[in-house]
Write a protein that binds this ligand. Structure first.
Ligand code: IDP
Ligand code: MG
Length: 139
């Protein structure tokens, strides 16, 4: 089951700019089924835990500040080959390098404020989904 699920966040910049609907439309049109979804805001401690792998990176403080500054849309998505296909749909971390038509190419402002998160492995998809949702919030 986990191999067909991924976790995403529409980051604070996407919510601030009114891009929730357009991004969800692209996700739907690309064949993903929404398994869980909510508007929520991460605390500093949430963001530090979620992005712990990056804690030694020079941009860590900036990343935590950004991800906590306003609400996000958190969601679990289901599709065959979900993790890889969703990374393709969102495009490269830096929108300057992202392919035409990808969510980051269309909606991201910079490598830091890059509109969306997508899990990078099945294992992380399961961990990240469970970080934001309880079993009774997944359908
Ligand atoms: P990913 O989101 O494409 O998997 P990661 O390398 O895992 O990219 O980085 C996590 C997040 O940290 C990025 O999505 C972006 O918001 C932020 N980030 C990554 N690299 C930089 C950087 O060089 N400067 C500022 N923020 C960055
Ligand atoms: Mg990553």
């Amino acid at each position: 089951m986990a191999t067909n699920r991924t976790f995403t966040m529409l980051k604070p910049d996407s919510v601030e700019k009114g891009h929730i609907g357009a991004i969800l439309e692209k996700i739907n049109a690309s064949g993903f089924r929404i398994v869980a979804m909510k508007l929520t805001q991460m605390t500093k401690s949430d963001a530090e835990t979620f992005y712990e792998i990056h804690k030694e990176r020079p941009f860590f403080g900036e990343l935590v500040e950004y991800m906590t500054r306003g609400p996000i849309v958190a969601a679990i998505l289901e599709k065959e080959n979900a993790v890889e296909d969703f990374r393709t749909l969102i495009g490269a971390t830096n929108p300057a390098d992202a392919a035409e038509g990808t969510i980051r190419k269309l909606y991201a402002a910079s490598i830091g404020e890059n509109a969306v998160h997508g899990s990078d492995s099945d294992e992380n998809a399961a961990i990240e989904g469970a970080f934001h949702f309880s079993g009774r919030e997944m359908f």
